[in-house]
Structures are given as structure tokens and as C-alpha cells.
Design a protein around this ligand. Structure first.
Ligand code: SF4
Ligand code: SF4
Length: 433
């Protein structure tokens, strides 16, 4: 995406490109793949309808109306339509740029503006602030206040989104960024040197997953370096339409990771991986092209890397369990990584792998969608869980912290005894300490 090019009734800053919009030939192949169209049956909530709205704004047939603002945020950005589209239209990404337009055309004011700026411009770019902000949540769990609130039924009085957000918090541990040794040597014959991109949610909510990633990669023969100065990948900013802060974070991570001689830059978070792979496009015309290409060539999801080099099976213990796999949208649709996680799961001895129906259908988490649209999110989740139940699998595996939070919450709420795990936790169980 090159620096700002005005387009029709869009604000000049961060307008979508006209080429991306006019590729739509209105064939409708995307319609059956879109969760918000399945929920509403409304053309404007379909990929084709959303692109048509954007085209009308681009061609000055329509102002950027509140309806377009709503659709920009009602889109899950799951990218299922991109996988289905024969013309290469990226409706989710077009809606992502429309979210940035919302900030220009309908700017927030007063406290709302100050709160948004604090979260996006101050808190998320600062690992230290993020880690400090989690201390009260850990105290809340440690002192048993969480248990008390959950068992007293008091949360039923809170707004739906708050009740859900509270119910989703997993057991918290100290964030890993400063605890992890910066360099962990490779075990056995060395296969390369990786820079580990930790990710905010993984580090803060699922510190144990991050610990397993490092253990598994080292056992698989990689020297693992976790640069302490890394910052948020910028994905939450893209989701919320703050592309300036996203670019500042991207430039920081680009320089930091390229300064070290890594063979690969690895993440265990599908959302981070998708954003990291978009640096090239987001920073086009703003950073050195050679650097952007070199950075892009090194990025791997952890399952992508392990499938590429082959899982080393020596020393792995059997995990005797039935397992099914939910594909995170930002892994299968945004990055085209679908076969690789299955290959990794099947490489673990003892696993009885069971494919689920609609494995690549969104779980309804979709960044903040699950909290902004709790009812719709629940319906999408119910569809997912009924497919999980049909497999009879004991373990539900995924590869993204957002999916994991949503699925674990859904499983608990539905009273299921399915265990929700990250793929790397599963491989971690098979890997000796
Ligand atoms: S977005 Fe793609 S699949 Fe959907 S109607 Fe347009 S061209 Fe067809
Ligand atoms: S990104 Fe997902 S929710 Fe958005 S239009 Fe495409 S399929 Fe529908």
C-alpha cells in the first residue's frame, strides 16, 4: 500500500485502492463462506455487498455513511471470502481500511478519544505498561476475588460484554518477556537460529504456551533468541483503524529483527503472523524495499516452520488422545497455512486425529468482535462447537490466542469436557523437558 492516494468520497488518508475494489465481478462465490452473511442474509453484510458499498464511495455515488461504518466493524476480517474469491478480492482488508476511514470521517471526541489514544498509542506499544496493567488481574485471581464474583452470580448484573470478557480470562502467570533467557541453545544437531516473536496476548494471557514454543523449538534443533525490545506487531491497530501507530510499531520490529542474523522469525500467534507478513505491503514506500522483502522471507508460523523442516520424532513421548483441529482464520485464510498444522499434529505419536466439519469456519472471536457483538459471536461459536462435539475428540487444538480464549470460554459455558490447547502445547506434552 503506497502512501496516501485520494479516492472519491473517501478521506485521502489511508483510502483503499480503487484497483482492489473494482476486481469484484459480483459472482457471489464468496457468499456461502461469509459468517456475517450466513447470520443475517443481508447483502450489505456479505463480502460482495461490502465491496459494492466501498465502490459506491470510491465512485462518489455514496457518502461514507453510518451504514458503511457499521459494516466495517461488523465484518469479522476472517478473510474466508478471500480464499473463495476467484478474482483475488480482499473484502476483509478493504473493510480494515474502512475502519481507518471511520477515524477520519467520524472522529471520536472527549473521554472516548482520550481512552482510545491511551490504549492504542501508549499502552499497546509499551510492553512495560502492558505487563504492569496485568498485575491487578493477577492479584484479582490470586486473592480469590474472581472465584467469589464468578460463584456469587454478581457478574450476571454486568453488561454482556463485561461478563464475557471476565469469563474468558485464563489462569494468568507472570509475563514471559523478561523471564525467558534471551538466547536458548539448540538441542541436538542444529537446524538454524530463530528470532521468536512473542506477541502481546501470548505473553500476557498464555505465558505457558510461549514457554512451550521455546522448549519445542530448542528440542527441534533451533537456537531460540527472544529480543526483549520487541513490541506489539500492530495487528490490534489495524483492527481498530489506527494505521499510523501500526506503521510505527512495524518499523520498530523490522529494524530490531533484521539487526540480528536470524534464519527465521517465528511466531505461535496466527494474528501476529498475518500482520508480520503484511509489513511489506503496509510499509511499501516508507521503508527500504530490500529490507521489507528480507523480513517477509523469514516469517514463519511455528507450525509452518516445523512442517517445512520436518518434526524430529526422536525422543517424543506418545500423547494418547483424540484430537481435532480448528483453523484460525488468520492462519488458513490470511496466510494459506492449512495442511501444515495437521502434519505437525499427525507427527505426534499416539494421537488419534479427527477432522471436524467446517474446520476453517470462524469461531466468532475475531479480535474485539466477540465483545462488541456478543450475540452474533455466540451464534458463530455454537456452530463451531457443535462441529467439535460431533468429532467426539478429547482435545480441541488451535493456533491463535484469540481463538483459544473464545473456544475455551465456549467449552466451559456449554459444560463440555473438551480440553482446548494450542498446537504447540500438544507438541510440548510430547517433548521431554
Ligand atoms: S468478492 Fe470475489 S467471490 Fe465475492 S462476488 Fe466479488 S468477485 Fe465474486
Ligand atoms: S472477511 Fe469474513 S466477515 Fe468479512 S466479508 Fe469476508 S467472509 Fe465476511
Amino acid at each position: 500500500m503506497s502512501p496516501d492516494k485520494p479516492l472519491g468520497n473517501f478521506a485521502p488518508k489511508d483510502a483503499p485502492s480503487y484497483e482492489s475494489i473494482i476486481q469484484c465481478m459480483r459472482c457471489g462465490f464468496c457468499l456461502p463462506t461469509c459468517p456475517t452473511y450466513a447470520l443475517t442474509g443481508r447483502e450489505r453484510s456479505s463480502p460482495r455487498g461490502r465491496v459494492a458499498l466501498a465502490r459506491a464511495v470510491a465512485e462518489q455515488k455514496l457518502e461514507f455513511t453510518p451504514a458503511i461504518k457499521e459494516e466495517a466493524f461488523f465484518c469479522l476480517d476472517c478473510r474466508a471470502c478471500t480464499t473463495a474469491c476467484p478474482s483475488g478480492v480482499h473484502a476483509g482488508e478493504i473493510m480494515e481500511t474502512c475502519r481507518a476511514q471511520v477515524q477520519s470521517i467520524y472522529p471520536l471526541e472527549g473521554m472516548q478519544k482520550a481512552f482510545r489514544s491511551f490504549i492504542l498509542e501508549k499502552m499497546l506499544p509499551s510492553p512495560e505498561l502492558l505487563e504492569t496493567a496485568m498485575i491487578p488481574a493477577r492479584i484479582y485471581q490470586k486473592l480469590g476475588i474472581q472465584w467469589l464474583l464468578r460463584h456469587s452470580g454478581a457478574l450476571k448484573l454486568a453488561p454482556k460484554w463485561m461478563e464475557k470478557a471476565e469469563g474468558m480470562i485464563p489462569e494468568l502467570h507472570k509475563p514471559l518477556r523478561l523471564q525467558l533467557p534471551e538466547v536458548i541453545p539448540a538441542g541436538g544437531a542444529r537446524r538454524g537460529r530463530v528470532g521468536y516473536f512473542l506477541g502481546c496476548v501470548m505473553s500476557l494471557m498464555y505465558a505457558e504456551v510461549a514457554r512451550q514454543t521455546v522448549k519445542v523449538l530448542a528440542h527441534q534443533g533451533f537456537e531460540v533468541v527472544t529480543p526483549r525490545d520487541q513490541k506489539c506487531c500492530g495487528a490490534p491497530h489495524l483492527t481498530e483503524g489506527d494505521r499510523d501507530t501500526a506503521r510505527a510499531l512495524m518499523l520498530h520490529n523490522l529494524e530490531l529483527f533484521l539487526a540480528q542474523d536470524f534464519d527465521y522469525i517465528v511466531t505461535d500467534c496466527a494474528g501476529c503472523g498475518s500482520a508480520l507478513k503484511e509489513y511489506e505491503e503496509m510499509l511499501e514506500g516508507r521503508a527500504d524495499h530490500g529490507k521489507l522483502a528480507a523480513f517477509r522471507a523469514k516469517i514463519r508460523d511455528v507450525s509452518e516452520l516445523l512442517a517445512e523442516v520436518g518434526v524430529r520424532s526422536e525422543g517424543l513421548k506418545p500423547v494418547n488422545a483424540s484430537v481435532t483441529y480448528h483453523e484460525p482464520c488468520h492462519l488458513c485464510h490470511a496466510q494459506g497455512i492449512s495442511a501444515q498444522p495437521r502434519k505437525v499434529i499427525r507427527a505426534i505419536p499416539g494421537i488419534d486425529f479427527r477432522e471436524m466439519k467446517e474446520a476453517s469456519w470462524c469461531c466468532g472471536s475475531a479480535a474485539t468482535f466477540g465483545l462488541k457483538f456478543t450475540e452474533e459471536s455466540q451464534k458463530i461459536l455454537d456452530r463451531k462447537l457443535s462441529n467439535v462435539v460431533e468429532t467426539g475428540a478429547e482435545i480441541l487444538v488451535s493456533g491463535n490466542p484469540g481463538c483459544q480464549l473464545q473456544l475455551a470460554w465456549g467449552v466451559k459455558k456449554a459444560g463440555l469436557d473438551t480440553k482446548v490447547m494450542h498446537i504447540i502445547e500438544l507438541l510440548g506434552e510430547a517433548t521431554p523437558d
